[in-house]
Design a binder for this molecule. Structure first.
Ligand SMILES: Cc1cc2nc3c(=O)[nH]c(=O)nc-3n(C[C@H](O)[C@H](O)[C@H](O)COP(=O)(O)OP(=O)(O)OC[C@H]3O[C@@H](n4cnc5c(N)ncnc54)[C@H](O)[C@@H]3O)c2cc1C
Length: 513
């Protein structure tokens, strides 16, 4: 077997994809004319392999029955890191016992619907907590910037095995979508339980002591896959002597443009109305996304977790705070394009030596954002908008003007005009203002009052690291504790967190030999 690479027009690529076994696809929007890079599988004579040839896409996983397994592992958290760790343990004949503070995915959906209708936040069941973790109601982008961490393709294969579309196997910037992810997560749970693993929902682990023996050693290996939003759990870990340290993170806002504008800017379409040809092109390559980065006063300012055709969502997990993030359905077909726009924050930017100082800083900004809205709520609008968010038109923000009104926005709980230019800390606000000017130089028209920024995007990455030994992956303070995934500070995003979970499980499997 070999491969052959083509650079094609979108139409040619569409036709080729119907016929041949594609192993890699990426869209190149850098030139005026869009091009699709396709890599196709061939036989030894260079002849392309048909799409439906009887050649397996990959070796399917083999899960063992662990009902009576000799070895068990406790996993705290059923996000990508916890679930992929559990699946890997099953492959090695080890029983996973998962504790998840949130609810199973179908029940979780109901709490999220309440949140979007402003009927209150369930602090244990929301966009961050519950089966599948923070990745369940997301855009489901499946890529990681780092290729060094291990077998990324295996993560894609497992997602595919549990029901993700074929594109996850070959698309450079694959995504699944929040309509498909819950079903995939449910099938993973069913597989874990069918093979003898355990999942305990609505069970928040508030102490690790029950797994500790009198001599201070652990009864059982523990995989800590708590994500980065469980601030109470970090506090518990600190109190129980697990070593934590501050790490750099990023905070800012979420910007939302009309998708049609982003398509024009990124695909170099004519400024007039979208033609039929343009629509066909977009139908094949999908709504455009962007990835922007600049440096302002020694700190990175960049777009983060861009969601074409998506929605802005309330992603907080504590009452009295305002946090936003973004998600999209598989077709990415809402009329809006949103993205986090964040500023890098280094540990030395925050005073003090407390390893949790980054968390405290995030929490302070989230409360500040909530206060902007709650003040207005009470005084003027008289509405009980627990999850409404403060917002400002983009050009107004950059020029330091109040927005008299706001454009239509995908954020279901509602947005309220606010002076983000005035209340965001200057080192974030000023840098964002300059960042938007820089992005407009690259894509003239990006800085427009048809776009809106919504605050605050504060949970783009973990502000804490749980340091671990690079070889054993065990906590440096607490042997047999395996901090992994985003909350451990060693991953960011669905794919890298899943892979980190796999790696932790593989280390434990090695111990068993
Ligand atoms: C709205 C949104 C959209 C996103 N979109 C994308 C995207 O498109 N692509 C991408 O790559 N990433 C995206 N992300 C980020 C991604 O979801 C995370 O990076 C990823 O889920 C981290 O995986 P994890 O398993 O490490 O942690 P999490 O997914 O956060 O899972 C941790 C789990 O642990 C549970 N938990 C925490 N503490 C305890 C405790 N004490 N006891 C029991 N259970 C506990 C939580 O309830 C949670 O379910 C998005 C995040 C959000 C919020």
């Amino acid at each position: 077997m070999d491969t052959i690479q083509y650079i094609l027009t979108p139409r040619e690529a569409f036709i080729a994809e119907q016929q041949w076994r594609v192993v890699k696809r990426s869209v190149d929007a850098r030139q005026r004319e869009l091009r699709v890079h396709l890599t196709i599988l061939t036989d030894d004579n260079g002849k392309p392999i048909a799409k439906d040839a009887a050649i397996p896409l990959y070796a399917p996983p083999v899960f063992q029955d662990v009902h009576k397994a000799e070895r068990s592992v406790v996993i705290i958290g059923a996000g990508p890191a916890g679930l992929f760790a559990a699946l890997t343990l099953l492959e090695h004949g080890i029983k996973p016992i998962i504790y998840e503070r949130g609810k199973e995915v179908s029940e979780r959906k109901k709490d999220i619907a309440l949140l979007n209708r402003n009927e209150g936040l369930n602090p244990e069941s929301n966009y961050c907590f519950g089966e599948g973790g923070a990745g369940t109601f997301s855009d489901g982008k499946l890529f990681s910037r780092s290729k060094k961490r291990g077998n990324m393709q295996r993560v894609m294969e497992l997602f595919h095995y549990f029901g993700a579309p074929d594109t996850v196997l070959y698309e450079a910037h694959a995504h699944i979508g929040s309509d498909k992810l819950p079903g995939i997560i449910k099938r993973m749970r069913e597989c874990i339980i069918a093979h003898g693993g355990e999942i305990h929902f609505e069970t928040c682990v508030r102490s690790l002591k029950e797994w500790k023996m009198e001599n201070g050693k652990w009864k059982i290996p523990l995989i800590l896959a708590i994500g980065h939003s469980a601030h109470d759990t970090y506090r518990m870990l600190a109190a129980e002597g697990v070593k934590l340290e501050t790490k750099g993170f990023a905070m800012g806002v979420r910007a939302e443009h009309p998708q049609v504008l982003i398509n024009k800017l990124m695909y170099h379409l004519k400024p007039s109305a979208i033609s039929r040809q343009d629509s066909e092109l977009i139908e094949y390559v999908g709504n455009a996304s962007y990835s922007l980065v600049t440096q302002v006063d020694g700190r990175g300012v960049y777009s983060f977790c861009m969601c074409p055709g998506g929605h802005i969502v309330p992603a907080g997990s504590e009452a009295g705070s305002c946090v936003v993030n973004g998600m999209s359905a598989s077709h990415r077909n809402s009329p809006y394009a949103n993205s986090g726009m964040v500023v890098q924050i280094n540990p030395e930017d925050i005073e003090g030596n407390d390893p949790l100082k980054g968390l405290l800083y995030q929490e302070a900004l989230e409360r500040l954002a909530f206060q902007q809205v709650s003040q207005i709520k009470n005084e003027k609008l008289k509405i009980k908008n627990y999850s409404a968010a403060p917002a400002q038109r983009l050009r107004d923000f950059v020029e330091g003007k109040a927005s008299k009104d706001l454009p239509a926005c995908s954020y279901l709980p509602g947005i309220i005009p606010s002076r983000l230019d005035q209340w965001l800390p200057a080192h974030i606000g000023k840098r964002l203002q300059q960042g938007f000017r820089d992005f407009d130089k690259k894509y003239p028209g990006f800085l427009t009052n048809d776009a809106v920024i919504v605050g605050v995007e504060s949970r783009s990455s973990s502000a804490v690291r749980i340091p671990r030994d690079p070889e054993s992956l065990q906590s440096v303070s607490t042997p047999l504790l395996y901090p992994c995934g985003e909350g451990a500070g060693y991953a960011g995003g669905i794919t890298s967190s899943a892979l980190d979970g796999i790696n932790a499980a593989l280390k434990i499997a090695e111990l068993a030999r």
